[in-house]
Structures are given as C-alpha cells and as structure tokens.
Design a protein around this ligand. Structure first.
Ligand SMILES: NC(=O)c1ccc[n+]([C@@H]2O[C@H](COP(=O)([O-])OP(=O)(O)OC[C@H]3O[C@@H](n4cnc5c(N)ncnc54)[C@H](OP(=O)(O)O)[C@@H]3O)[C@@H](O)[C@H]2O)c1
Length: 260
C-alpha cells in the first residue's frame, strides 16, 4: 500500500460531535473527501441538514443526529441515537466545546463552571464510553479529541472564562490516559489542539472586538489566524491508518502561536 493510500477512509464511519458548523464542519469535509461515511451531531436540525446535503454530494453516506451533548444525559441520549443507526463506529471526533463566557476566575459561579466543564470535558468522556465499546470489541478504532492551545500550553490573554483552559487541559489528560489504557486493545486516542481559526462564529466575534483580533494575531509567528479547512488534513491523518503508530499525541495546529 502506498503512503497516500494509508490516508484513505473508505468504508469507515466517523462520528463528529458538532459536525454541522465551524471546525467540525471543516473536518467533516476532509474526512468525507478521504472516503469516510459520517454521522454529524449538533443541536440545530437546519444546520445539520444543510451539512448533510453538501456532504452527500461527495458520494458518502451521511446521517445526522440532533442532540445537545452539553449535559451527561444529553450526551447519552445523542449516543443512543447514533447507536440506533446500527453502524459500527470506526472513528469518534469529540469536537464540541467552547469558552462561551468571559468572566474573571474570581467571579465565576461554580454551577456555571461545572456546566462548562461538562460541555468541554464530560461530553467527550460520555461519548467515548457510549460509542467506543464496538471499537474495543473489534480491536480497532481511533478517537480524536479537539482540545485547544489553551488546553496545556498557554492561557489566552485578555479574556476570562478559565474553565476553558482547565477543561481542555483535562481533556488532554484524558486523551493520554485513555490512549495508554486502550493501546493494548487496538484503539488509539489523540488530540488536535487548534490555535485561533476564522470560523464564521469567530469572524462575527472578532468583528465586534477588532482589538482582540489584532492582539491575538500579533502573537502568531505566521501573523494570521487559520482557515478552518487547514485543520481537516490533521483530522484525516489521525483518523486513518496513516497514524497507525501514533497514540496519546496532541497535534498543535496554531500557526506557531505556542512558540513565542
Ligand atoms: N474556533 C477556534 O478558533 C478554536 C480554537 C481552539 C479550539 N477550538 C475548539 O474546537 C472545537 C470546535 O470549535 P468551533 O469554534 O468550530 O465551535 P462552534 O462554532 O461553537 O460549534 C461548532 C459545532 O458544534 C455544535 N455544537 C455546539 N454546542 C453543541 C452542543 N451542546 N451539543 C451538540 N452540538 C453542539 C454546533 O452546532 P449547533 O450550534 O447547531 O449545536 C456546530 O456544529 C471546540 O471544542 C473548540 O473549543 C476552536
């Protein structure tokens, strides 16, 4: 098999939480172009359906699961819908997450902190518990957790909401521990740590706070934010046999942000 063939995902089914928009949608595109069939999980049916139609046009089987994974019970319910599709899950991309609130640590209500830790961390745990049993039985599979440069290497300046740095760092820890536990069982677990990307949501946000964009970009050696499609090839790599000897790793995709 040639090296480029090892990146192919024909006949594999990939579940992506938050696959309808943003970085999840961009990764879905790359995974579908590499041959994968997809299950997209998200809250809003219209966005899911729009993504489904665009991806089906590539010739892939694509299912959508409307659901909110931000609570453990919501994540379990979404996973039940995925399992009801009766398709072996080969790859799980835990992509849902976000900072969502910008509060100084000293003002963060504990209840809100816990909700946001559930969004960023527990959602991934529950999806792994529910959706990886088949992978473990079959002794083959790949988990990709989307963390952040804020997950282990840096705290983003001029912003609050440190549940985000905390939960993403814990997700990095979960990835490494799970990788160690599941390596003898044939299942790999890796993380992608994105830097700043120009998703539609971030374009709107930076539009409201141009000074934050300027300050953020000044910290990136490449001098620019990333385009969402620049994350897709990393997802294909970690999902596929191209990374067959890689587990517990974090691939940083940040234009060099964490170098300075
Ligand atoms: N964008 C960046 O620059 C950046 C940088 C570093 C790390 N990251 C990480 O990359 C991941 C994706 O980021 P993003 O900016 O693309 O996120 P996003 O724009 O907030 O959301 C993308 C997707 O997640 C779905 N989603 C959001 N909350 C959900 C929930 N509770 N349950 C189910 N689906 C949900 C959205 O659909 P619905 O709204 O319809 O549910 C959408 O499909 C996150 O984990 C984020 O922390 C992003």
């Amino acid at each position: 098999m040639g090296v480029l063939d090892r990146f192919r995902l024909d006949g594999r089914t990939v579940v992506i939480t938050g696959g309808s928009r943003g970085l999840g949608r961009a990764m879905a595109q790359g995974l579908a172009e590499a041959g994968a069939d997809l299950v997209l999980v998200g809250r809003e049916g219209e966005a899911l359906e729009a993504a489904r139609q665009e991806l089906v046009a590539l010739g892939r089987w694509v299912a959508v699961v409307p659901g909110d994974v931000s609570t453990p019970s919501g994540a379990e319910a979404a996973c039940r819908q995925v399992l009801a599709l009766n398709r072996p899950v080969d790859v799980l991309v835990n992509n849902v997450g976000g900072r969502r609130v910008d509060l100084p640590t000293e003002q963060m209500p504990v209840e809100q902190w816990q909700q946001l830790v559930d969004l960023n961390l527990t959602s991934a745990l529950v999806c792994c518990q529910q959706l990886c049993k088949g992978m473990l039985d079959r002794r083959r599979g790949s988990v990709i957790n989307v963390t952040s440069i804020a997950g282990a290497w840096v705290s983003i300046p001029k912003i609050g909401g440190r549940h985000y740095e905390t939960a993403k760092a814990a997700l990095t820890g979960l990835t490494r521990a799970m990788a160690a536990d599941w390596a003898p069982l044939g299942v790999r677990a890796n993380a992608i740590a994105p830097g700043g990307f120009l998703t539609d949501a971030n374009r709107r946000w930076f539009g409201e706070k141009p000074e934050f964009q300027t300050s953020f970009e000044s910290r990136i050696p490449m001098g620019r934010l990333g385009e969402p499609d620049e994350l897709a090839a990393t997802a294909v790599y970690l999902a596929s046999d191209a990374s067959s000897y890689v587990t517990g790793a974090t691939v940083i995709v940040d234009g060099g942000y964490t170098l300075w």
